[in-house]
Ligand binder design. Sequence first.
Ligand SMILES: [Zn+2]
Length: 300
Amino acid sequence: MSGIERSIPVFYCEQLLANSQSFSPSAGKPRQVVANWQAAGLPISLPPFSPVTVEELSLSHDPGYVRGVLDATLPNGFGNELPEVAHSLPWTTGSMLAAAKEALLSGVACAPVSGFHHAHYDSGGGYCTFNGLTVTAAKLLAEGLAQRVMILDCDQHFGDGTEQIIEQLSLGRSVENVSFGRWFHEPAHASAYLARLREIVARLSDFDLVLYQAGADVHVDDPLGGVLTTEQMVLRDRIVFEAARRHAIPLAWNLTGGYQDPIERVLALHLNTMRACVGAYCDSAAVRRPLSPPRQTDVE
Ligand SMILES: [Zn+2]
């Protein structure tokens, strides 16, 4: 869990990219996000990983739905049947599963992907096709690598698909869906949001693994947001990472939503999240300097 010159493993490859031809930038965002982290000089590494299989996806989805989407005969969560999107989907969930397995080994890892929590057992929507969160949890449970998984969903929106799958597959004893989009919706809720987050992370030691959705659409300026300012989002990320590190609970995180235009505003928020991660987990003096999040006027 420690070590000088440690880097944060980021499970990225070109295969998880796709042009979804939708309002959501999610399917093309990982390349820009990772390039931005590298340009900022953050200590990240890009280990190789594998896509998930049809069988793995079927651990938390109807097998007919899985095959139909992958064959591009059923609509994906973007509402189209583009083969390019279908081909990327086993890689996005593969990234999440790989990050979770790495976190179980070394403490923390990142899947620079989005588009999971609105995916239901046999349908997609809201830019989500397969629920990489529940697929990951189900796979680790099946392999005996974890007994209790917290899905800490700090995207702006309620993880309805996650909730439905947990119920349908009776995973409630093993998987807890803590979705802040259920409770908090506007800037007036910011203090209560951060207070609830502190309460939640105080229970982390009850879990073997945390899957943290570090959504950027919770920002007050997001067209589909928002609750937290830039500075409050930095605090959110610090609360989560520092608690996981302190309790030595493995944590894998992903990007999820973020719809500000231009996308540089979203990239700045994801950069802050990786800075907070590095600050919590890496011992280099260079990354222990206080964070100075960009003011809104600086990220245009
Ligand atoms: Zn969202």
